[in-house]
Ligand binder design. Structure first.
Ligand SMILES: *Cc1c(COP(=O)(O)O)cnc(C)c1O
Length: 383
């Protein structure tokens, strides 16, 4: 029995052929026909006008801020419950951070708290944020209709961090396509991978600019001429080939993650004290991770379960630690914060990879039930 990972890559003969085709074409560079095709296919898939293939999701978020001239003296509002990348991107450009708590319906940025903040500022005649970065957590979109409307009403740039949500939708519109700029990640643990990579999606003009900035902002002349500072952020042509193979299978990858989730739900339906991350019916999730909440009454914390599962060669993780609790962001203001803290304290991410067999899911369920009942027994003995 091998180790069961949280969210391992799912690549096969199709991706191997696509990668080797790119290799054999001799375009082993960050430019080439595979990159162009990958960008077209990705844009079409998520209903965006255009896409720019980049070296990571973090690079995409960084570029989104740079492209809009955001820097020192600006404030950027970021979801509190998230992986650290969007907050780091704000720090890269030297802007001020402010976090907004999660809500219970989607676990994403609370639109009411964002509305309060923007209205408070406007009423007081104070500076508005330069941008909002809203994260689509664990493959589920935020309440993007409300958040986009708020940003539009107040004239604030919206960036959608859809790194975890490729293939998800909200009110029928794709993740990544709700904001002026959307970011994706193709890191090895995401729903699809290029080994490492990312993309920005948006208007054709913005993507032309993103591609230029990602290639050292070199002017289109023969001699090397630069009018602004650029970055080395392009995706290599080889990896774009791999990405095309994965994109072609995205529907299957999403379907398998849903099947894994459904099997967990069925197996744990009767287990008291274990509930699932809500999936809001206004959207379709991509099923990236299956996340459960453990009731306090169980007397066991997610970290204890992770350790117990690790002993059975199963990788599980607690939910993201909120940004306002991170030492690196000490002192950064936060709107609310109690919901994110609660989800962190009780949230447990279960292995969810599309490579998992039904038997793998059953093995995780068995180990989880053991971890919960062992702790219950120990608690009973103590009491
Ligand atoms: C993975 C992730 C990123 C960063 O993507 P990389 O490609 O690893 O740089 C950004 N935001 C969120 C929410 C993520 O989960």
């Amino acid at each position: 029995m091998g180790r069961i990972y949280l969210s391992p890559p799912d690549v096969g003969p199709l991706e191997r052929d696509a990668l080797l085709a790119a290799f054999d074409s001799n375009w082993i560079t960050p430019l080439g026909p595979e990159v162009d095709a990958f960008e077209r296919e990705l844009a079409a898939l998520c209903g965006a006008e255009s896409a720019a293939a980049l070296s990571s999701g973090t690079a995409a978020l960084h570029l989104a801020l740079v492209m809009n001239g955001i820097g020192p003296g600006d404030e950027v509002v970021v979801s509190d419950l998230t992986f650290v990348a969007p907050a780091n991107a704000v720090r890269y450009v030297g802007a001020d951070l402010r976090f907004v708590d999660a809500e219970r319906e989607t676990w994403n940025m609370d639109p009411d708290l964002l509305a309060d903040l923007l209205e408070r500022r406007e009423a007081a005649g104070e500076r508005l944020p330069a941008a909002v970065i809203v994260v689509d957590l664990y493959g589920q979109c935020a309440q993007l209709d409300r958040i986009a409307a708020l940003c539009e009403r107040h004239g604030v740039l919206l960036v959608e961090d859809a790194a975890e949500a490729l293939g998800a939708t909200w009110q029928g519109r794709s993740a990544g396509a709700w904001a002026e700029l959307g970011a994706f990640s193709f890191n090895g643990n995401k729903i699809m991978t290029t080994g490492g990579g990312g993309a920005l999606v948006g208007s054709a003009d913005d993507m032309a600019r993103a591609r230029s900035l990602a290639a050292q902002a070199r002017r289109p002349v023969l001699h090397y001429e630069h009018e602004e500072v650029g970055f080395n952020y392009r995706l290599s042509n080889l990896l774009a080939g791999l990405g095309r193979g994965q994109l072609a299978r995205l529907g299957d990858l999403v379907a398998r993650r849903h099947a894994v989730n459904a099997r967990y739900r069925e197996a744990l339906a009767e287990v008291e004290g274990v509930s699932f991350m809500p999936w809001d019916p206004r959207g379709d999730v991509n099923g990236w991770l299956t996340v459960v909440l453990l009731d306090d009454a169980l007397g066991v914390a997610p970290l204890d379960v992770c350790r117990a599962l690790d002993e059975r060669d199963i990788e599980a993780r607690p939910a993201w630690k909120p940004m306002h609790l991170q030492p690196v962001f000490a002192g950064v203001p936060v709107e609310g914060g109690a919901v994110a803290e609660d989800l962190f304290r009780r949230g447990l991410c279960l292995p969810s990879g599309s490579v998992m067999t039904d038997a793998d899911v059953d093995r995780v369920v068995g180990a989880l039930l053991d971890a919960l009942s062992v702790s219950r027994a120990a608690g009973g003995a103590r009491g």
